[in-house]
Write a protein that binds this ligand. Structure first.
Ligand SMILES: NC(=O)c1ccc[n+]([C@@H]2O[C@H](COP(=O)([O-])OP(=O)(O)OC[C@H]3O[C@@H](n4cnc5c(N)ncnc54)[C@H](OP(=O)(O)O)[C@@H]3O)[C@@H](O)[C@H]2O)c1
Length: 203
């Protein structure tokens, strides 16, 4: 693929900080960068579903011995890429893969479904803000922990009830039976009987 956009993921920063102590951290010198979006330049023998010129995205390298996306061109296992949604720009698509996979996998393992209630910790973070939106997509009722003040508005815009993790210990949190919160603002949020309707996503 010709790489058009990549992202800097939390895991990239962990590779920088922890080096070989992080499992699957690539040995240096290495080509870093996991997520990418770009265009198919050539298709390997036996690969189906992709043709030259296709716009694709994925999480296909930058770990262990797989060369990463911080390059003009990248070779990728076809099983690790997908067709880029036409509604997303290259930059938007390149921000999604690893956080999207992580959020999706977590929600599947948690048994998300219509009418299920889910608590997303770090709901404004890279993984969390995608998990909130996916959980809503699957019909869940979502509460999400946030710390920074501006993050309350963000997760509520995405359709979750926000909980200030600074005001309430995680061990006492339960989306269905809220414990008595420690702050007035948190109390107001917990008292809300309904979940907000998410705003229409921006294109
Ligand atoms: N990024 C990935 O693709 C990926 C893949 C696999 C696993 N993970 C793991 O998933 C976790 C989140 O990663 P991320 O990339 O989403 O990180 P991130 O973007 O830095 O977000 C982390 C969020 O955690 C919240 N937070 C901080 N301290 C907290 C506390 N004491 N209690 C509750 N929430 C707290 C922060 O909320 P405020 O800013 O509102 O304070 C922040 O929004 C990490 O453990 C990471 O190792 C990430």
């Amino acid at each position: 693929m010709r790489v058009a956009a990549t992202s800097v993921n939390t895991v990239d920063t962990m590779i920088r900080q922890m080096g070989p102590e992080l499992p699957l951290s690539p040995a240096t010198p290495a080509l870093l960068g996991m997520d990418f979006a770009g265009t198919v330049e050539a298709v390997g023998e036996g690969v189906g579903g992709f043709t030259v010129g296709d716009e694709v995205y994925g999480c296909a390298g930058g770990l262990a011995d797989l060369p990463g996306a911080l390059a003009e061109y990248m070779a990728a296992d076809a099983r690790l890429i997908a067709h880029k949604p036409a509604t997303l720009s290259m930059a938007e698509a390149a921000a999604l893969p690893l956080v999207g996979i992580t959020a999706y996998e977590g929600l599947m393992r948690a048994g998300i479904g219509q009418g299920k209630t889910v608590l997303v910790h770090g709901g404004a973070g890279g993984v969390g803000h995608v998990a909130v939106q996916l959980a809503r997509h699957f019909g869940g009722r979502v509460s999400a922990t946030v710390g920074r003040d501006e993050h309350h508005a963000l997760v509520e815009t995405l359709g979750a009830r926000s909980i200030d993790y600074r005001a309430q210990p995680v061990a006492t949190m339960s989306p269905g039976t809220p414990a008595a919160p420690a702050s007035t603002s948190s109390s107001t949020r917990w008292a809300a009987p309904t979940w907000p309707t998410p705003s229409r996503p921006r294109r």
